[in-house]
Design a protein around this ligand. Sequence first.
Ligand code: PGA
Length: 256
Amino acid sequence: MVLGMKKLIAGNWKMNGTAAAARALAGEIADGLTARPGLRERCDVLICPPHVHIEAVMETIRSKAAGLISIGGQDCAPEENGAFTGDISAAMLADLGCNYVILGHSERRQHRQESDELIAAKAAAAHAKGLIAIICVGETEKDRDSGLQTAVVGTQLSHSLPPGATAQNTVIAYEPVWAIGTGKTATPGDVGSMHGFIRKKLKERLEDSAFMRILYGGSVKPDNAAALFAVENVDGGLIGGASLKAGQFLDIAKGT
Ligand code: PGA
């Protein structure tokens, strides 16, 4: 990590909760962060609620902790607008006040058959509207057992980043699929070698590769966060399950 670069702690709420629950959770996170000035000096905080709850969360954050927490979407369409029933455009997320969008999460790659090329098109659409794309990559357990983890992640990186990607508009999230929601975490050693590999790959194509944040995700919890965040080239975390509990999410941020 480059000196002075703040870590990013991002909560991915996935498809959970009612609007009332989203307001309550955002409120608890906002209160916790306002009460701990040291924490917000140390890291940037982002929450990505389900799209239908973004407005409720945005209102809560604006009233309790304006400017302290960024809000993002969990996906966007590659097209700008039009006849795409059920989809959400990057412009709509930007219009709500979002700064980020998660793209290519392994759950979308796996259950919605998203390809690297589709993810790159979505990222280009996000960039065009001024959003920072968090592009997710990661190998399955089978890939790792066959020693293919760097080959798989290398291919995902080569094809999921659009031509205009820079450290200003793109964040990478390395999330080994076998560690997501399973309680199994990659060891700091494995994380270090994969993040080092990702940094090297980024350097091959980007001038500002040293400044591109690379997050780790997959069963990050308060008790393993500090060890993971201490690893070289780990510039923050993408947190799933533990981001649904304000106390745990804030304790994870404390590990930065
Ligand atoms: P997890 O999810 O923290 O529940 O493993 C991480 C993610 O899917 O982004």
